[in-house]
Design a protein around this ligand. Structure first.
Ligand code: AMP
Length: 194
């Protein structure tokens, strides 16, 4: 089964590209940010707990996030594969995902990072905030905190999968279609996914 991690800082275009990849390669898209927002909107206990962290631009604790991800994966037994968007965001999350897949005799196919610099990220997220309705997209200090969390806790996940020769990076600038075309080339030529 295919397990692709779409990686990169907040605002790097993961959600946009994931939607296009899902359509082209018939994979299931799991965005932990979307799952948390759904829980928050439904005012579940998990959602209310997650909101305490999300509203501050902090990562939700690993145990909560890993369990939510596990339940989502298990709810989709018949798919061809998954695109993980916004997960794993810490080394313990990556280890838990590897363990979960290993228990099913499966493993991560590849991690693909979209590379975009900090100033561009702030600009893109503030712009997205005009229409996304996400409170964490409207406040520059929260955006900067999310970027700090990414640098401190998440960027190491790239190196974690690099040890296994699974990490790849592509330029996250340019039009949505140009980035999608680079992604598709990588997926088909190097990873041999069709
Ligand atoms: P995103 O939509 O991916 O930008 O995520 C929005 C917010 O949800 C993040 O700033 C975190 O507070 C939380 N979140 C999403 N995914 C994770 C994760 N894998 N680990 C911890 N927190 C997460």
């Amino acid at each position: 089964m295919i397990h692709l991690i779409l990686f990169g800082p907040p605002g790097s275009g993961k959600g946009t590209q994931a939607a296009k990849l899902v359509e082209k390669y018939q994979l299931a898209h799991i965005s932990t940010g979307d799952l948390f927002r759904a829980e928050t909107q439904n005012k579940t206990a998990l959602g209310l707990k997650a909101l305490e962290y999300m509203s501050q631009g902090q990562l939700v604790p690993d145990e909560v996030t890993i369990e939510m991800l596990r339940l989502k994966v298990e709810s989709l037994p018949d798919v061809k594969g998954f695109i993980y968007d916004g997960f794993p965001r810490t080394t313990p999350q990556a280890e838990a995902l590897d363990k979960m897949l290993d228990d099913k005799c499966q493993s991560i196919t590849a991690l693909i990072a979209l590379e975009v610099n900090d100033d561009e990220i702030v600009k893109r997220i503030l712009n997205r905030g005009l229409t996304s309705g996400r409170p964490d997209d409207n406040d520059e200090s929260i955006i900067r905190k999310r970027m700090e969390e990414y640098r401190k806790k998440t960027s190491v996940v790239f190196d974690y999968y690099k040890k296994y020769n699974k990490s790849h990076a592509i330029d996250g600038y340019g039009s949505i279609d140009a980035i999608f075309s680079s992604l598709s080339c990588l997926i088909e030529d190097q990873l041999q996914i069709t």
